[in-house]
Design a binder for this molecule. Structure first.
Ligand code: COD
Ligand code: ATP
Length: 230
């Protein structure tokens, strides 16, 4: 099975790419942002640790995490961001591992993992065969983030600065999806890339069949040698 790491910057268009992969191509996806929400649901270990470290003022009266408030704290304070990461990331990686195993057991041989911090944390990087960065220019990223979340320019900028820049990520990846044009143009690139990965999948199947045949022939050869010599 091979893993494709999909990443990018905040609001660079990862979810837009994922939507196309799921809805148009029926591709198996693991979304780290969804998992990140699941591991801090009220009553979970992650939730308890956040409450212990950041205090009850970080919760709504019904016990749910006030994500906006926590976001304001951690994006403007690197130390506190590290504390939150040290609580959530081990839980997130465990859940990712289980999902990979589940997809493998279901017979999938190629899974896309949408992980915003793929290059920042590097934990999953060694297990990826390909890494795809969804990119756009800095001004578009800023404008799209401000528009989507109704953030001020300052709030959007501190969130962008909390991550490695898109330009740096583009240097580290194996493939780039340029999301600076229309959504249709992005979808075209996603479909082409999906075809490329699917061909890779076929190539791996072929390698496994060839390896199996070669091992069987070798075994048969050894058996015949042994049979003829005794
Ligand atoms: C701080 C939180 C509560 C803010 O929640 P909010 O609903 O406003 O944002 P959401 O979770 O949708 O994240 C939006 C984007 O912010 C960026 N982001 C989130 N957490 C981080 C982080 N710790 N460091 C840098 N960027 C981050 C990612 O690009 C993500 O796609 C939340 O992001 C969180 O719990 N973060 C810690 C877990 C984490 O690292 N998630 C990233 C995926 S592994
Ligand atoms: N090509 C595009 N043209 C115009 N708007 C776009 C384009 N791609 C994405 N957007 C818009 O930009 C915003 C950010 O896109 P999206 O939510 O896909 O980013 P993301 O990388 O998943 O963000 P996050 O890191 O917060 O999860 C959304 O409002 C989306 O509709």
């Amino acid at each position: 099975m091979f893993l494709v790491g999909l990443t990018g910057g905040i609001a660079s268009g990862k979810s837009t790419v994922v939507r196309c992969l799921v809805e148009d191509l029926n591709c198996p996806i693991i979304d780290a942002d969804v998992i990140a929400r699941e591991v801090v649901l009220p009553g979970t270990r992650g939730w308890r640790k956040i409450k212990d470290n950041f205090g009850s003022e970080i919760l709504y009266s019904n016990g749910e995490l006030n994500r906006e408030k926590l976001g304001q704290i951690i994006f403007s304070d690197e130390k506190k961001r590290k504390v939150l990461n040290s609580i959530t990331h081990p839980e997130i990686y465990k859940a990712i591992l289980w999902k990979v195993v589940k997809y493998f057991l279901q017979g999938h041989r190629f899974v896309v993992l949408d992980l915003p911090l793929l290059f920042e944390t590097k934990k999953i990087l060694p297990y990826t065969t390909f890494t795809v960065v969804v990119s756009c220019n800095e001004e578009q990223q800023l404008q799209r983030l401000m528009a989507r979340n109704s953030y001020t320019k300052e709030a959007a900028e501190i969130r962008i600065k909390a991550q490695m820049s898109l330009a740096e990520k583009c240097k580290l990846c194996t493939h780039i999806i340029d999301n600076s044009g229309t959504i249709e143009s992005t979808e075209k690139q996603v479909k082409l890339l999906y075809q490329e990965f699917s061909m890779c999948k076929a190539f791996w199947k072929l390698r496994i069949i060839v390896a199996f045949c070669a091992t069987s022939l070798l075994g048969l050869g050894l058996f015949l040698c042994h049979y003829l010599m005794t």
